[in-house]
Ligand binder design. Structure first.
Ligand code: UD1
Length: 430
């Protein structure tokens, strides 16, 4: 297994190109299941999760080809995928494939909507809590599907097609909102989704569905109204920039000091994060290129945060922010309200010399003057990058093990950090 070696202490200066968002690219790769025509996606990040989903889609009979570079396209822009689900040959998504990545469970909705049936393994993905799928199933049932769980599989049927319904979620869920949207666009009649997630990735997917002919109103609000159509057609769409990747690199700059432009980052998807980083003593400014992040001289100030659904502070940046707070000038409190058990990075940060105490869903972080490099273990996707952030400022050498977690969601992390001055090397496993 590969490892990443980081020698801390270098300031970061220069430009980092922000890739397309993993959390938008994955559902965008799934919605072509709803149409026999080709959907072209631009700016798809090169990630292990994208490759896994490709295999899952191909198993259903979907053709995916990678198009060559277009004239004027930048070296670092993402891939263009042409996705065509002319015929769906298999409505089963098997355990071997779905267990690798939770988002692949989301094929359930489009398969029922288009084919009237689906058999999808219960999901895997990052071990950050129990992560049930009850709300996904409730949404399918409200749209007229019959769902049973047998031997680790969800078996869903809607013999005469789905029909519009009223879906009201007990809590905000990104995945359940995607599922309800993807299924209702082809249902007979009108659907309302109350307490919908408003994450920018949901809006990005909905905008692509609209280009495919779907009728969706209320984008960006907690209440979505969908009028079902009988068929969807092909479309072309560019994946939105990854706000979590942008926030991660912003925190890395906060940790080391320096001046970095995050090219392509969108301030409108990061408002709460930007305010929080400014309170922590960083200068963050939006410009034509994206976001410019600076910390010069002044230390890091402690800031308390609580994770919340969008537009609140994202749970996917909680671990990275904790990394930053380990060297703040004082005590901060970090509350995780979305997932239980999303503190696995704490014990690894402590190995680098951080002073963190857990009290239920709250971590108390007392800033230390110095971190020291050590061997640490990546435990999940976002947790592992918090260790990278801490290691960039730690004295000496840190060796990060199990980097396949990082490969799932960060495109060319080592290349991007090296280009702005970090001492990062990937060491191939034996
Ligand atoms: C998505 C993101 C993930 C992010 C998370 C929260 C993708 C590929 N993944 O994950 O990066 O951390 O949103 O922003 O986009 N829940 C239920 N029942 C359900 C579904 C969810 O109780 O049927 C709970 C979960 O356990 C969790 C909360 O709802 O406590 C939010 O989870 P959800 O928004 O669904 O996360 P994911 O869609 O899995």
């Amino acid at each position: 297994m590969d490892r990443i070696r980081i020698r801390g202490g270098n300031k970061l200066n220069g430009t980092i190109h922000i890739s397309g968002a993993k959390n938008a690219a994955l559902p965008l790769m799934i919605i072509p299941l709803l149409s026999p025509e080709t959907v072209t996606l631009h700016n798809v990040p090169r990630l292990a999760d994208v490759s896994s989903l490709r295999r899952i889609m191909q198993n259903h009979g979907v053709d995916i080809t990678t198009a060559g570079k277009r004239a004027g396209q930048r070296e670092d822009s993402g891939e263009t995928l042409k996705i065509s689900a002319k015929t769906i040959v298999d409505t089963t998504a098997p355990y071997e494939l779905v267990s690798k990545m939770r988002a692949s469970f989301w094929v359930l909705g489009p398969l029922i909507a288009r084919m009237g049936e689906a058999k999808v393994s219960l999901p895997g993905g990052c071990a950050i809590g129990t992560r049930p799928v009850d709300m996904h199933l409730q949404a399918m049932e409200k749209l007229g599907a019959e769902c049973v769980v047998e031997q680790g599989y969800v078996i869903a049927k809607a013999k005469n097609g789905l029909k519009g319904g009223h879906i009201s979620f007990a809590k905000v869920s990104v995945g359940a909102t995607h599922a309800a949207l993807m299924a209702s666009v082809l249902a007979h009649g009108d659907t309302t989704i109350e307490n919908a997630a408003t994450e920018p990735e949901i809006t990005d997917v909905a905008q692509c569905l609209i280009k495919m002919g779907a009728k969706i109103e209320g984008l960006g609000t907690r209440s979505l109204n969908i009028t079902g159509v009988t068929s969807l057609h092909g479309a072309e769409h560019t994946v939105i920039a990854d706000r979590i990747e942008a926030g991660t690199y912003a925190m890395a700059v906060g940790m080391t000091g320096g001046d970095v432009t995050l090219r392509g980052a969108r301030a409108d998807t990061l408002e709460d994060v930007i305010l929080t980083l400014r309170r922590a003593g960083l200068e963050v400014t939006a410009n034509n290129e994206g976001l410019r992040v600076q910390r010069n001289g002044s230390g890091i100030l402690p800031v308390d945060i609580t994770t919340d659904p969008f537009p609140g502070f994202p749970t996917d940046l909680q671990a990275q922010f904790m990394g930053l707070m380990t060297m703040a000038k004082g005590k901060s409190h970090i509350r995780e309200t979305i997932f239980e058990n999303r503190f696995m990075h704490v014990q690894e940060l402590v190995r680098l010399g951080a002073d963190i105490h857990l009290h239920g869903d709250m971590a108390e972080v007392r800033g230390v003057a110095k971190l020291t490099g050590a061997d640490v273990m990546a435990t999940d996707l976002r947790a592992s990058v918090s260790l990278v952030i801490a290691a960039l400022a730690a004295e000496g050498e840190t060796m990060l093990h199990r980097v396949y977690h990082l490969d799932r969601g960060f495109e060319d992390l080592q290349g991007k950090l090296s280009a702005v001055g970090a001492d990062v090397a990937r060491i191939a496993g034996a």
